[in-house]
Ligand binder design. Structure first.
Ligand code: GLA
Length: 726
C-alpha cells in the first residue's frame, strides 16, 4: 500500500511486514525517514536531528539556519556537489560543464500494478498485489529531471526501485553515474554482507562490520562476475540466520555494477547500488532520457533466512518467466565433463542410452558440435553443425535421442567469436577491439559487439535456424570471458562510454526474442559456471549453471552462498564423476546425489563408466528426486549450518509451504577421530504437528527445539531425510 499524508508531506510504502517512508521537507528535498518493521503510521522525520555541524554547509534558501545541511540529512536520492559529501546517487555534466546536481521534489503519482522497464528485466506483478509510486524530482538550474520509481509487492515484503533521468534542459548533458538505489540509514552500526569469490568459487559470503569510510564492491568485467555478485545485505551486528534485522538489496542487472556502502562521521550509513560508473558516460540530448536497471529490496526482522526466503519466492514467481519457472525441469545429463570436445554422434548416443535406462530425461550436448570446434581455439561464431562429428546435422541425432524417450538439449555461446572462424574472417570489426591496439584474448576468444543491430541480427538468425533445425527442448547459453577493449566501430567517439551498458541491452534483446519466439525451450544461463548469476539473467533464463566446480563438498559452499538471494529452482546442480576434475576429491555417489538434489538436478558424466552398484544408486536418486522435486523447487529453504565454518556437518532443508512435508540434506564435515556427536536442529516445521522420519514419529517442536541425533558417519558421508506430517 502507498499512502500520501498531505498534512505531513510523507509518502509511506507498506508491505505485509515492512514500512518504508520518505518526506518532502520545507525546501523540497526528499528525505528518507524510515525502512524497517511495519508501523501503524506517523511521521518518522522525528528521527532526524538537526544540529549546527562544522563544515556541513547550508543551502542558500535556509538563510541563517546553520542546522540544515544536506551533508547530514538522510535522502531518498542524494544530490551532488551542493553540500552532501557522501557518495552521490547521480553525477552528470550539464550545460556549461558544471557537475553539480541539486534535486528537489516536483510531484508524485501512485497507481495500481507494477511498472515495467522497456528493454530491461524487472519484477512483475502477475498474481500478486502491487502498486507503483513515481516521484518527480528536478534540478531547476540545469533542467535535469529524475523520476524515482518504486514497485511494492506486498506479500513478499519486496520494494523495487528504478530511476529515469531526463534531460529537461536546453543543452546536451552527460550522465556519469546513475544509481538504481540510494538507501540512507540515519543512525546505527551495521554489518555488510557481500558475495565475493572467484571462478569455480562463486558467491562466498563475506561479512564485516562497517567502519568509517566507503566500502566498494562491484564488477568492471562487463558481466556481473564470479568475483562479486550484485547482491548486498546490511544488518545489525547481532543479526543471525533466524533473528534480527537485515536489509537485502539485489540489482536486476547482468553487467558491470557497483555497490558502495558509506559509514559516515555521524555514524549514518548510505548504500548505493547500480551500473558501475567505470567507463560509463551516457549522452542525453534535450528531451532524451535514460533508465537504470531495477533494484529490489527486502527487509526482514527475522534474520537472514527469512530475507532469503522472501527473495526466493519473489524471484521464482515474479521475476523468472515462462512455462518452466515453477515446473520440475527435465533431469538432464550433460556430456561436457565426460568428453570435453572429443565426441561424435555415437558417443553422445551411448551416454544418452545408459542414462535413459536409469530414468534421465534429457541429453544435453555441450560445446564442440559446430564449426571447427575441436578445442577452444576455433569455431565460435560459426553456428553450422560439424558434419564430421554429427553426420546429417542435429536433426538425426535429436531424433535418435527422442527415440530413447529423452529430450534433446544444446549448448551455445552466441556472444563470442574466435579469430579462427568464418565469421571473424568476414567481419573482424564485429568483435570489440580498439583501432591500432593489439586485442586482448580471453579463452582465446573475442566478444562480439552486441551494440550493433547487424550483429544481434546475425545471432538471432542463427539461433532461430538452429532451434528450427531439430527438436531442441533446452539450450545452455554460455558466456566465457570478461569484456576488454570495449570500443564499438559503430558508435561515434562521444558515445563510447555507452558501450558496456548497450552490450547488456543487446544480450537482453536477443534473450527476449528467444522468450517470445521459443517459449517452450528451457534456457539455462551460464558463464564459466556462475559468472553471470544475477536477477537480470533470471528474467530470461529460469535456471543458471551455478558453478563449473562440481565437487560436491565445494558445492556445499557455493550453493550456500548462492541461497542468500537465489532460489533452489534457479541453481543448476549436477552429479559428476570422481575423482573430481577440479579438486581431485572422491566422495560417494550418494553424497554427490544429495548435494545435486538441492538444485535443478542432473548428471555430468558418462554413466557407462560407473559400477553397477553406483548405477542402482543413480536410479534411486532419480526416483527420489521425482518424488520430492516440488519441495526443492517450490518449498521454503532453510540453511541449517554454515559450511564456511568447520562444523561437524553441513545441512539444509526444504519445507513445503503448508509445512506438511520436508526434505533434509546432511553432509558430514571433515573427519576427526573420537568425534563429537552431531545434533541436528530442524527449522520451519509446524511445532504442533507430528512428523514421520525414517519410520519414527517426532513432534515438530521436538525436531526443531530438541533436535535429531545424527549417527556418527565418516568424512563427507551424506544423509537425506524425508519428513511427512502424520
Ligand atoms: C563453460 C561452462 C562449462 C562448459 C564449457 C564448454 O566453462 O561453464 O559448463 O559448457 O564452458 O566450453
Amino acid at each position: 500500500m502507498i499512502f500520501f499524508d498531505e498534512r505531513r508531506n510523507t509518502i509511506t510504502l507498506s508491505t505485509a511486514a515492512t514500512t518504508y517512508q520518505m518526506k518532502v521537507d520545507s525546501t523540497g528535498v526528499l528525505l528518507h525517514t524510515y525502512y524497517g518493521p511495519r508501523l501503524r503510521g506517523g511521521d518518522l522525520s522525528n528521527r532526524i536531528v538537526h544540529e549546527d555541524r562544522g563544515f556541513s554547509p547550508n543551502p542558500y534558501e535556509v538563510g541563517k539556519d546553520r542546522t540544515y545541511s544536506l551533508d547530514t540529512l538522510p535522502q531518498e536520492y542524494s544530490s551532488c556537489g551542493v553540500g552532501d559529501f557522501r557518495v552521490p546517487s547521480v553525477e552528470a555534466t550539464c550545460g556549461k560543464g558544471s557537475r553539480t546536481v541539486d534535486l528537489r521534489y516536483v510531484g508524485h503519482t501512485v497507481r495500481e500494478g507494477k511498472y515495467a522497464l522497456e528493454g530491461l528485466p524487472a519484477f512483475y506483478n502477475e498474481g500478486v498485489t502491487a502498486q507503483t509510486l513515481s516521484v518527480e524530482l528536478r534540478d531547476s538550474c540545469t533542467g535535469l529531471e529524475v523520476e524515482l520509481l518504486y514497485g511494492v509487492l506486498e506479500e513478499y515484503d519486496l520494494i523495487t526501485r528504478a530511476v529515469r533521468v531526463r534531460n529537461g534542459g536546453e543543452s546536451p548533458m552527460e550522465l556519469e553515474r546513475v544509481s538504481s538505489v540510494c538507501l540512507d540509514f540515519p543512525a546505527g552500526e551495521h554489518d555488510l554482507i557481500t558475495l565475493g569469490g572467484a571462478y569455480a568459487r562463486e558467491r562466498e559470503p563475506v561479512r564485516m562490520p562497517l567502519t568509517q569510510g566507503v566500502h566498494t564492491v562491484g564488477s568492471v568485467r562487463g558481466t556481473s562476475s564470479h568475483q562479486q555478485n550484485p547482491f548486498v545485505v546490511l544488518c545489525d551486528h547481532e543479526t543471525t540466520e533466524d533473528a534480527g534485522r537485515c536489509w537485502g538489496v539485489a540489482l536486476v542487472y547482468s553487467g558491470s555494477f557497483q555497490a558502495n556502502t558509506e559509514y559516515t562521521q555521524f555514524h549514518e550509513t548510505r548504500l548505493t547500488l547500480g551500473i558501475n560508473p567505470f567507463h560509463f558516460r551516457w549522452k542525453l540530448q534535450p528531451g532524451e532520457s535514460f533508465t537504470t536497471p531495477e533494484a529490489a529490496m527486502v527487509f526482514s526482522a527475522q534474520g537472514l533466512g527469512h530475507m532469503s526466503r522472501q527473495f526466493h519466492r519473489a524471484i521464482r514467481l515474479n521475476l523468472c518467466r515462462g512455462p518452466w519457472k515453477d515446473q520440475r525441469r527435465p533431469i538432464l545429463i550433460n556430456n561436457w565433463e565426460a568428453t570435453l570436445f572429443d565426441f561424435d554422434a555415437e558417443k553422445i548416443c551411448s551416454i544418452a542410452k545408459a542414462a535413459s535406462q536409469v530414468g534421465v530425461e534429457m541429453m544435453v550436448m555441450d560445446d564442440g558440435w559446430f564449426g571447427k570446434r575441436n578445442d577452444d581455439f576455433a569455431g565460435l561464431g560459426d553456428w553450422n553443425v560439424n558434419q564430421t562429428k554429427l553426420p546429417g546435422g542435429l536433426g538425426p541425432l535429436a531424433h535418435r535421442i527422442e527415440e530413447m524417450g529423452m529430450k534433446f538439449g544444446l549448448w551455445v555461446e552466441p556472444e563470442m567469436v574466435n579469430e579462427d572462424s568464418d565469421l571473424y574472417q568476414a567481419h573482424p570489426d564485429w568483435a570489440f577491439q580498439v583501432p591500432g591496439r593489439p586485442m586482448t584474448r580471453g579463452r582465446s576468444q573475442l566478444v562480439l559487439d552486441l551494440t550493433r543491430a547487424e550483429v544481434r541480427q546475425y545471432i538471432m538468425d542463427n539461433l532461430r535456424a538452429t532451434l528450427n533445425s531439430a527438436p531442441i527442448s533446452y539450450i545452455k547459453w554460455d558466456m566465457n570471458r570478461s569484456l576488454t577493449d570495449v570500443w564499438s566501430a559503430a558508435l561515434p567517439a562521444q558515445r563510447q562510454g555507452e558501450v558496456y551498458h548497450r552490450y547488456v541491452l543487446g544480450v537482453y534483446e536477443i534473450l527476449e526474442m528467444l522468450h517470445q519466439e521459443f517459449p517452450q525451450v528451457l534456457i539455462e544461463g551460464c558463464s564459466g559456471g556462475g559468472g553471470r548469476f544475477d536477477c537480470g539473467m533470471l528474467y530470461y533464463t529460469p535456471q543458471i549453471w551455478c558453478s563449473d566446480n562440481t565437487d560436491a563438498i565445494e558445492r556445499l559452499r557455493i550453493q550456500y552462498g548462492t541461497s542468500f538471494c537465489y532460489p533452489c529452482s534457479t541453481v543448476g546442480a549436477h552429479v559428476s564423476a570422481v575423482p573430481n576434475g577440479q579438486t581431485g576429491r572422491s566422495v560417494s555417489m550418494h553424497t554427490r546425489g544429495v548435494v545435486a538434489a538441492a538444485g535443478t538436478f542432473g548428471y555430468e558424466l558418462d554413466l557407462n563408466e560407473i559400477t553397477s552398484e553406483e548405477m542402482e544408486e543413480v536410479r534411486t536418486q532419480i526416483q527420489h528426486f521425482r518424488s520430492c522435486w516440488d519441495l526443492v523447487l517450490r518449498g521454503d529453504y532453510y540453511r541449517l549450518s554454515n559450511p564456511f565454518r568447520q562444523e561437524a556437518f553441513n545441512a539444509w532443508m526444504h519445507v513445503s509451504p503448508d509445512k506438511s512435508r520436508a526434505l533434509v540434506g546432511v553432509v558430514m564435515g571433515v573427519g576427526h577421530a573420537n568425534p563429537i556427536r552431531p545434533l541436528l536442529r530442524l527449522k520451519g516445521l509446524d511445532p504442533n504437528a507430528d512428523y514421520k522420519v525414517n519410520g519414527e514419529v517426532y513432534g515438530g517442536d521436538q525436531l526443531m527445539y530438541g533436535g535429531l541425533a545424527l549417527p556418527i558417519l565418516q568424512e563427507y558421508q551424506a544423509l537425506q531425510f524425508d519428513l511427512e506430517r502424520v
